[in-house]
Design a protein around this ligand. Sequence first.
Ligand code: KIV
Length: 265
Amino acid sequence: MKKITVPIISSMKDKEKIVMITAYDAPTARIVDEAGVDIVLVGDSVGNVIQGLSNTLPVTVDEMIYHTRIVSRGIQNAHLCADMPFMSFQSSKEDAVKNAGRFVKEAGAESVKLEVTNDYIDTIREIRKAGIPVMGHIGLRPQSFHDMGGYKLQGRGKGEGAELLALAKKIEDAGAFSLVLESIPQKLAKKITRSIKIPTIGIGAGPDCDGQVLVINDLVGLSEEPLPKFVKKYAEVRETMKEATKDYVDEVKKGVFPSSEHSYD
Ligand code: KIV
């Protein structure tokens, strides 16, 4: 398999669906890379999924750099994108460029993702000027859940839909190479996807996006229920781990493990 680069991702629009998945550690990155995903995203969802937080706001740049660095060790072919956490780019364009640069220089990221509004179009331009590819993220922006009044479907009304479409075009003009559409009606996602030349990657945005992204723990069944409507579980890893651990507890308590097979003479 060949290394997936930004130009390859751009060329996939209208030809082949793009598959993105999150990962937060090296062994998981190796598994998803071997399984053939196109993009591995080190999402700030690390806050919910790994750190046990109820939202992503406390996740720091240093924590994201640590996770991106260890994920990079597991990847051979997939493109590696790092999420810029809350307040790593909102404070100033200078901070945004500096922090985006840290992801590339210190952690091996090949692009960065930003949850953006109209206020951050110039920020995308500045990061691009430094030669760092940018993935935009619009619709439901978890870093702004206070402002949005919770984790709600976005772009439902006509006006809201038109605003998101206009924003997507500005993000494309600013030089982003792809755009995540989170939790928006599928018709709107289709319209946005057809109106811009950069690939869209949907999560809760229906089947007409150029690609899809899911959180690894959700799709393998490692996350606790309830899960959002848009998640499809492809395995029951949480149950498998619990059963394996119960068997281990049982065997140690009964003196069955370790047997001579697992002991040294
Ligand atoms: O943080 C994350 O995992 C994300 C994806 C779900 C798009 O932003």
